[in-house]
Every structure is written in C-alpha cells, then in structure tokens.
Design a protein around this ligand. Structure first.
Ligand SMILES: [Cu+2]
Length: 165
C-alpha cells in the first residue's frame, strides 16, 4: 500500500472551475424558480377545471357549445373537440372587432390540440379537463383554428374559424 500524497487530491484547475460554475448555475436556477413561483406567482400550467368526458355534453355549458355575449365587448366560447367526425363545435364564431373572447375547451374522446392562427392561443385539449385561454381581437379578419394533435384518420379536417368583423 502506498501512502496517500497530496497528488491524490489534485484536481485539474479547469475541472475545478467548471465544478464551481455548475454549482453556482444550479443555485442561481433554484433561486430564480423560487422567486418566480412565490414572488411573481408564475406556476406550471394546470387545467382550469376537471369534467367527466362521458357526461360533459349532457348538462352544463358544454351541453350547448357556442358563443355567449357577456356585454362590454367580453365574450365566452364553450367548445368541444371530438374525433367522432373530427370537428370542433362550434365550427364558426363571429365577434366584432376589439372583442375579448375567453375560450373554454374540452374533448369528448381523445387528446386534441387547439391553435388559433395569428394569435398566441395554443392549448392542449384533453378529455376530462377544461383548458381556458383568452384573446383580444384587435384586427378584423378570419382567424382559423385547427387541431394540432394527431387524433385519428380525419384529423386534418378538424378546423374552424373566428370571424372578426
Ligand atoms: Cu384532433
């Protein structure tokens, strides 16, 4: 057996520097996540509400999907995605320019994705939960929405549009 020498504890200076940097970065990220979560209230996205996909269309707002005028330029839309027929219900929404529209979406069957063109609204639509997102339509025109999660053989036909006039 050889006696340990100081040489056994020698660490390359570059390796040592990177060890220090990685610990500093890790602590920095932990501080950033803690501050973002507690001081700014930034949390991981979570479903707005849970529903039973088997009964969601029988009662409640999803039993009559469509647009509701809440007054003062505010609207809400309850929308259902379904892979039986590959449709969004409703397929068309008309609102005046300047409207703020809140979308509540759910799926009757499989996972869908909802993307509203020319806006930043892009949500997963899952059976059993409600996804919520709002858009203010500042410009007139057509804003198509499509399903962007492959949901079966007719997936590419699953689309609709918001008409802002
Ligand atoms: Cu789909």
């Amino acid at each position: 057996m050889t006696t340990p020498t100081t040489h056994d504890h020698w660490i390359d200076p570059y390796e040592k520097a990177w060890m220090v940097i990685s610990v500093v970065v890790l602590i920095g990220i932990m501080i950033a996540v803690t501050v973002a979560g507690f001081a700014f209230g930034i949390q991981a996205p979570s479903p707005y509400q849970r529903v039973d996909p088997n009964t969601v269309t029988q009662s409640g707002p999803f039993s009559k999907p469509g647009l509701t005028d809440l007054g003062g330029g505010q609207y809400e839309v309850y929308m259902i995605g379904t892979a039986s027929g590959w449709i969004w219900e409703p397929k068309e929404i008309r609102v005046p320019v300047g409207s703020r529209v809140t979308f509540y979406l759910t799926s009757k069957d499989v996972q869908h994705g909802f993307m509203l063109w020319n806006t930043n609204l892009n949500m997963m639509v899952l059976p059993g939960q409600v996804s919520k997102g709002s858009v203010t339509f500042e410009k007139p025109g057509e804003y198509p929405y499509v399903c962007h999660e492959y949901c079966g053989i007719g997936h590419q036909t699953m689309s609709g549009k918001v008409i802002v006039e």
